[in-house]
Ligand binder design. Structure first.
Ligand SMILES: [Fe+2]
Ligand SMILES: [Fe+2]
Length: 284
């Protein structure tokens, strides 16, 4: 059961004058990844094939993720009427597919799979909160608020199931930490970079991971504030069984914030470098 529907959004309040051109490419790319949730549910249902409770939850989860894609896609189409959400998603789906035939979790255990899911939901919940708070456009603010609330509920859903499996599988904190950190590192893999490519670059452009991940991350990272990272670290700590508040969480937040600023500067520098290459190519 969905917590909100597309028709609940006040689409009539859309104000084109308040669209931030730096946000638009991010919304387009995020729409691709969100809509692809249906494939991930297929994979989850194979991994948890003998767990009907979880399978039902995965189906509901996927319906909400697809709605996130559709809402973001509709907003991007309002902001850029020439943009074709369906065609971009088709390109994405053709070029990027997860292995939905796996019988076992790629994380080595069901607990590990659910920790990885908690980390993804931690990331999306913080990201949409940050993006919504930074945006002046009222419809985007509303969509981000609705999506962020869903993502937080998803976090709780995967967390509750994870606790259940942890009782059986008994994976140590260090192993859980390794899985969580690994999943955070994967955010710079092809999933987002290729989504950025399909939704923002003209058809026929050759995909370059470095250019696309810089295009996405260099922009996305600029919307976070310290409080968003603080909250994300707390949720991450909770997922692996560490205290979400306290000295270790504070120290980790400070480190994560510095790392984010460093990565943001590096990606922004790369965007400038790629723009320079493009200008030279055009002039030639
Ligand atoms: Fe989502
Ligand atoms: Fe989610």
């Amino acid at each position: 059961m969905k917590h909100w529907r597309m028709q609940d959004v006040a689409w009539d309040s859309f104000d084109p004058a308040k669209v931030d051109p730096g946000v638009l490419p991010l919304v387009k790319a995020a729409a691709m990844v969100e809509r692809n949730g249906i494939d991930y549910a297929r994979y989850l249902k194979r991994v948890f094939h003998d767990d009907p409770d979880f399978s039902r939850a995965a189906d509901n989860w996927a319906i909400e993720e697809v709605q996130h894609g559709d809402a973001l896609g509709r907003w991007a189409s309002l902001a850029d009427p020439g943009w074709d959400y369906e065609a971009c998603f088709e390109r994405y789906r053709t070029g990027y597919q997860i292995d939905a035939t796996a019988e076992k979790s790629i994380r080595g255990s069901r607990t590990g799979e659910l920790i990885a899911r908690c980390m993804v939901e931690t990331g999306t919940s913080s990201y949409y909160t940050a993006l919504g708070e930074a945006s002046d456009e009222p419809v985007l603010r509303e969509i981000c608020r609705l999506i962020a609330a869903d993502e937080y509920r998803h976090f709780k859903l995967f967390y509750d199931h994870m606790r259940r499996y942890l009782d059986r599988e008994r994976i140590g904190v260090l192993q859980r930490l390794r899985i969580a950190a690994g999943r955070v590192g994967e955010s710079e893999d092809d999933e987002l970079a290729f989504a950025y490519h399909c939704s923002n670059e003209p058809e026929g452009t050759v995909y370059a991971h470095g250019r696309c991940i810089a295009g996405y991350m260099g922009r996305a990272m600029s919307f976070y504030r310290y409080r968003h990272i603080e909250r994300a670290v707390g949720m991450g700590f909770k997922s692996v069984g560490l205290p979400p508040r306290g000295r270790l969480a504070d120290l980790s937040t400070r480190l994560a914030w510095r790392l984010l600023q460093w990565r943001r500067r590096r990606f922004a520098h790369r965007i400038t470098a790629w723009d320079g290459v493009a200008e030279v190519a055009l002039a030639a």
